[in-house]
Design a protein around this ligand. Structure first.
Ligand code: S3P
Length: 426
């Protein structure tokens, strides 16, 4: 098991960084390219293991990947010969369940110990309603999942769990269903599936409030895509710059489109020193500087899906900010790669900051001086990287056990950290 030791007070972070390609966009790019008849060209895909799992899966189903070129098309796709392994990737297993529901044949999907605990009924139930035969442990609530696809009909789905993964899975299935598929959301979640489907020529329409997506069965056209930087990975450097004295970090080409940039609004509310310079309608160069007067805030309501993945690192900022920060309406945190209410509260406690778990979030007291400690990632990449950010402002060294979890989304995080600290990588 790998351990990363972060030196407290190692100094300011300074410089420019490019984070890995956005993970959510990368998964969808591979799945849509696999369905599109012909060659799609993708660059800047996320280098993490999660996206690699989706790439391996679509290859097992007949898409051909060569560098960034994907040769796809429904006529090429077939049931995979072996069990599809998704590792730690919840997005892979949920999107692939929808993808395979539309694929005639049998697919078995399984992942690691964390995946084996994550709720799948949210995708299994709507796909069963569409006519797919999907089963799994505990009546279809838990992986492994077995999908016998084909013969689907469209549905009108009221999405009770705010989840872009469920929306994406149902839309992928709807592409090959008879009749229209409607997904109605109560709060907006990230919009990548509907935007990317539209860009590939699908017959899809999104209501003006962004809450209702209507899709008719469609064939997709191949496309070219340069995947922008992942805002969720950028958040670690931006928070680190805000909390470490003397820092200034610029993250280039960060995706800031619908449903992803909520953490920037939260940091602004906390009085962070941030500059966001748009470079296209959906990307920006974002600079953060040390912000000595950070103050607590309340995070909740409709903004939550747009920042759910950033809560562990925002909690580190909240721990050193003046005054309390309350996170509510975020019960989904409990069913991520780890129970992120428990693991975030545990991380803060280890670093000497006080916070309390809540059923749907947490309350961080604020005003803490962090101290180095031995902590564990709990197998969760975002907890590992939030720990590294906390460690930079702690007195003394922090040992982060289970560091290998970062491979799922940001394999070269350590190298980028050393570069921003102006140190040679060990
Ligand atoms: C994702 C959606 C979110 C997010 C996850 C990626 C996606 O999960 O937490 O990291 O790419 O659709 P939910 O759909 O479960 O909210």
């Amino acid at each position: 098991m790998s351990t990363f030791v972060v030196e407290g007070g190692a100094g300011p972070l300074r410089g420019r960084v490019r984070v890995p390609g956005d993970k959510s966009i990368s998964h969808r790019a591979l799945l849509l390219a696999a369905l599109a008849e012909g060659r799609s060209r993708l660059s800047g895909l996320s280098a993490g293991e999660d996206v690699a799992a989706t790439a391996t899966a679509v290859t097992a189903m007949g898409a051909q990947l060569d560098g960034g070129v994907v040769l796809g098309g429904r006529s090429r796709l077939h049931e995979p010969e072996w069990v599809v392994e998704v590792g730690n990737s919840g997005t892979s297993i949920r999107l692939l369940t929808g993808f395979c529901a539309a694929l005639p044949g049998l697919t078995v999907l399984q992942g690691d110990a964390s995946i084996a605990r994550r709720p799948m009924d949210r995708v299994v139930e709507p796909l069963r309603r569409m006519g797919a035969a999907v089963d799994g442990r505990d009546g279809g609530r838990l992986p492994p999942l077995v999908v016998r696809g084909g013969g689907l009909s469209g549905i009108d789905l009221d999405l009770t769990v705010p989840s872009a993964q469920v929306k994406g899975a149902v839309l992928l299935a709807g592409l090959a269903a008879t009749g229209r598929t409607v997904v109605r959301e109560r709060v907006r979640t990230r919009a990548h599936s509907e935007e990317m489907l539209a860009a590939c020529g699908a017959d899809i329409e999104v209501s003006a409030d962004g809450l209702t997506t209507t899709l008719h069965p469609s064939d997709l056209s191949p496309f070219e895509l340069e995947v922008p930087g992942d805002p969720s990975q950028a958040s670690f450097w931006l928070v680190a710059a805000c909390v470490v004295p003397g820092s200034e970090v610029t993250v280039e080409r960060v995706y800031v489109g619908p449903g992803r940039a909520g953490f920037l609004d939260v940091l602004r509310r906390m009085s962070a020193d941030l500059d966001v310079e748009p470079t296209s309608p959906t990307t920006a160069t974002v600079t953060a500087r040390h912000s000595p007067a950070l103050r607590g805030t309340t995070i909740g309501g409709a903004e939550v899906p747009a920042l759910i993945d950033e809560i562990p690192v925002l909690a580190v900022a909240a721990a050193v900010a003046d005054g309390p920060t309350e996170v509510r309406d975020a019960a989904e945190l409990r069913v991520k790669e780890s129970d992120r209410v428990a693991t975030t509260v545990g991380l803060l406690a280890a670093l000497g900051a006080s916070s309390e778990p809540r059923p749907d979030g947490l309350l961080v007291s604020g005003g803490s001086r962090l101290v180095g400690a031995a902590v564990h990632s709990a197998g969760d990449h975002r907890i590992a990287m939030a720990a590294a950010v906390g460690a930079l402002v702690a007195r003394g060294d922090t040992r982060i056990a289970g560091w290998g979890a970062v491979r799922s989304s940001y394999p070269h995080f350590k190298e980028d950290l050393h570069r921003l600290l102006g140190k040679a990588a060990p």
